[in-house]
Ligand binder design. Structure first.
Ligand SMILES: *Cc1c(COP(=O)(O)O)cnc(C)c1O
Length: 217
């Protein structure tokens, strides 16, 4: 791997978008920075532009945020428990909302924080995975979140891991069915695709790809 993989990743994103007949500007890179220091993030990510950064742990996000430029956009992509919501001040988008208790906890910060994060609903991928709302339950959960006054921007899914040389069809199916549900619900953002499968996700309509390993390898 080259010392600075990010520009190549941007090229791959652009190519996949063109292949899908999509405007490349409709796909945004979220640089997943969990486990990496502020210095590494400056060198590997922010040296190439103001990319949004994704963290998966509340405390890690809280500790890292003050070390990076104030205009940085932060997304939260980890499993979210009620008692960790308090660490998400200043986050612009939560990708992993999957239960009502967490949503209600979030609302408790409405007066305290300058802005409340917008949210994506994490959808279950149909495999043996702990997280995510079952597809059939998503419309009702969306309604509940909207009734609470939360701004739901879209859906997020994690596909089962794609092994090298494996047929991507089962993974494409997960992306496709998530995209089709989002379209049915008039939700515009689709957070799907990681280092090993982002090109497939873009072909199926991803608007945000969450890439960590490939940037820092
Ligand atoms: C870590 C993580 C990623 C990034 O995965 P890579 O394979 O390193 O690109 C994406 N999404 C979520 C939810 C993650 O926890």
């Amino acid at each position: 791997m080259s010392l600075h993989p990010l520009p190549q990743i941007l090229e791959r994103i652009q190519k996949a978008a063109q292949q899908a007949g999509r405007d490349p500007s409709s796909v945004n890179l979220l640089a997943v920075t969990k486990g990496h220091s502020a210095l590494e993030i400056e060198q590997r990510v922010l040296a190439f532009g103001d990319f949004a950064l994704g963290e998966a742990k509340g405390q890690e996000l809280r500790d890292k945020k003050p070390l990076l430029p104030a205009q940085t956009q932060w997304h939260f992509i980890g499993p979210l428990q009620r008692n960790k919501v308090k660490y998400l001040e200043g986050v612009s988008l939560i990708h992993t909302l999957e239960n009502l208790e967490v949503a209600q906890e979030l609302l408790r910060f409405r007066e305290k924080w300058a802005t409340l994060p917008q949210v994506l609903i994490q959808v279950h991928n149909g495999e043996t995975q702990k997280h995510g709302v079952e597809l059939a339950q998503v419309p009702e959960f969306l309604q509940q979140l909207q009734d609470l006054g939360l701004e739901v921007r879209g859906l997020m899914v994690m596909a089962p891991r794609l092994e090298e040389g494996q047929n991507p069809e089962p993974i494409r199916h997960v992306f496709r069915q998530t995209a089709s549900l989002a379209a049915k619900l008039d939700l515009l953002e689709l957070s799907m695709g990681m280092s090993d499968d982002f090109e497939w996700a873009i072909l199926e309509g991803a608007t945000i790809v969450r890439i960590g390993g490939a940037i820092f390898s």
